[in-house]
Design a protein around this ligand. Structure first.
Ligand code: F3S
Length: 287
């Protein structure tokens, strides 16, 4: 019995991540020390390859302030206004801002609306780098709502007007639900759905494939929130959903009896890893 593989078309690097990774590789050709602010993507293989080529990572503003002459790349997640300021203040740094244009749009909305007096609510995961960066563009901070409970228990002055934005990789349905809760509670919210289409399309397609698959494989890193969400969505449609980082994570028996195997991948998964898993599954009838 041969295995039919259903590959998601919207899998792997999104536009913003691809652009950022390419910018690092392009910078490498120019020579000179290169740093990224945080790992450029949530993928050990790519980050390992870059490290082998000499790309180093800085994690704090103190480290940025102390950098010698170098090129510093800001990753697609973006950073706060304050971090941008710190980079600008160190004359040694040539900065390549690889913030995804869709994230830049959120920064602009948050900056402008908070400047006009609106309070900002970000629907997203507190502590996620993108959310932390976005908070830093609001004039006086922002509220973050990441769960239904937080939406239900949200409490702030109803005299304010609120601008609600989303983390680009947030779950589309949950975003709508949380906004509905805020409206129901009587908050005056102007809502900008800033969820990125790449995420929506990837989630939608993964859901459809998982519904017809006997086994669904999600390739992504454990610390990538969009991969974790893909897993959650697929798991609802297909009990036998596997979350792996690479081909090596597949275990004997994982595909036993499966005729249709779906494969999708998070935004930070390189194409060659998806291809490797696909080939392995296609040939791996003994798994
Ligand atoms: Fe940008 Fe969307 Fe990717 S916001 S980084 S293209 S998930």
């Amino acid at each position: 019995m041969s295995i039919q593989v259903i590959n998601a078309k919207n899998a792997g690097f999104c536009f913003g991540v691809e652009r950022a990774v390419n910018q690092v590789y392009e910078a490498l050709q120019g020579g000179g020390p290169i740093y990224t602010y945080g790992p450029i993507i949530h993928n050990e293989t790519v980050v390992g390859d870059l490290a082998a080529k000499g790309v180093r990572i800085v994690e704090t503003e103190e480290e940025i302030a102390a950098l010698p002459v170098c090129t510093l790349i800001v990753r697609s997640h973006g950073v706060s206004k304050q971090v941008m300021q710190t980079i600008a203040e160190n004359a040694n740094i040539t900065c390549i801002d690889a913030t995804c244009p869709f994230v830049q749009r959120i920064h602009k909305i948050v900056e402008e609306e908070s400047e006009k007096g609106a309070k900002i609510i970000i629907i997203g995961n507190a502590g996620h780098a993108e959310v932390e960066g976005t908070i830093g563009w609001a004039k006086d901070g922002a509220f973050v709502i990441g769960t239904e409970e937080e939406a239900q228990t949200f409490s702030a002055s109803k005299d304010n007007s609120y601008t609600v934005v989303a983390q680009t990789t947030f779950h589309a349905r949950k975003f709508e639900d949380f906004v509905a809760i805020l409206h129901k509670k009587g908050y005056n919210c102007s809502v900008v759905n800033t969820i990125c289409n790449a995420t929506h399309d990837r989630q939608q397609e993964a859901k459809e494939i998982a519904a017809r698959a006997d086994v669904m494989i999600v390739i992504g890193s454990e610390n990538s929130s969009n991969s974790a969400k893909l897993f959650e969505i697929c798991r609802k449609e297909c009990q036998r959903t596997l979350f792996i980082q690479s081909r090596e994570d597949l275990r004997p028996g994982d595909l036993e009896g499966a005729e249709n195997v779906g494969i999708t991948a998070g935004a930070s998964t390189p194409r060659d890893i998806i291809e490797e898993v696909t080939v392995y599954v296609r040939n791996g009838t003994k798994l």
